[in-house]
Write a protein of this length. Sequence first.
Length: 288
Amino acid sequence: MSILIGLIPAIAWGILPIVVTKIGGKPVNQIIGTTFGTFIVAVITWLFIRPEIGVGQFWLTVLSGASWAFGQYLQYMAFQRIGVSKAMPISTGLQLVGTSLLGVLAFGEWSGSVELLIGFIALVVIVVGIVLTTVDGAKQTDEKRPSLGVTILIFALSTLGYVGYSAFPRLANVSGWQGFLPQGLGMALMALVLTLVTAGPHILSERVTWISLIDGVVFSIAALTYLISAQRNGVATGFTLSQMNVMLATLGGIFILREHRTPRGLIWTVVGLLLVVVGGVMIGNMAV
């Protein structure tokens, strides 16, 4: 039963990009729906659990949620530029690399020589996997090819947001249950700021924005069950199981969203995905 619970976050995080894309709308519609839906679930959860949290911890965790919303908004932009099946493995791999480097440089993880060696090999495996998922035999015209520089910038800034999402709770020394409500608040506030700055308040009245609350429910299911999985299975196993989401999201993008890949490109994508997951498992097994 514990392993089945551990697979729920992978399934929910895996189908989230597919649900988001199917519902449609612009990235601002999607981020408002996702974050507001998450905040509603976080408030309901807090009413039942009511974990205590200090003022300083609260605001640091709000920053964590705001960082996530910024990164997720840019990820939604990447979905529309290059598709879910290409964006997800790149984004997931960069998150693993970014959070791992943060742990080493800022929090003194991988202190032993063996850990450093394994960690370095894992990062190399992930980077190679990311590169392989981008290989495709299809030729694109200049009109269809998105600007590479802009795409790289989107992924770089998105990764910074996700790294902040992981870093601020560690600085605040809060548990997952303590952080869920302030993170949800930070997510909603950042999404509101992004919407007002990039699009305007009319986005809040659009029907697709409120349908996108479903995205937030899906994300919350993943986040809450991940907390339960980490308690029942341990951090390493819970983290490893959750990394299966990239497989589901990428293959869902190809077979459900009908994102085109050549047979050669599909083979390289699967090989790259396996390498990203293997690298994630190696890192997760050191996070005990």
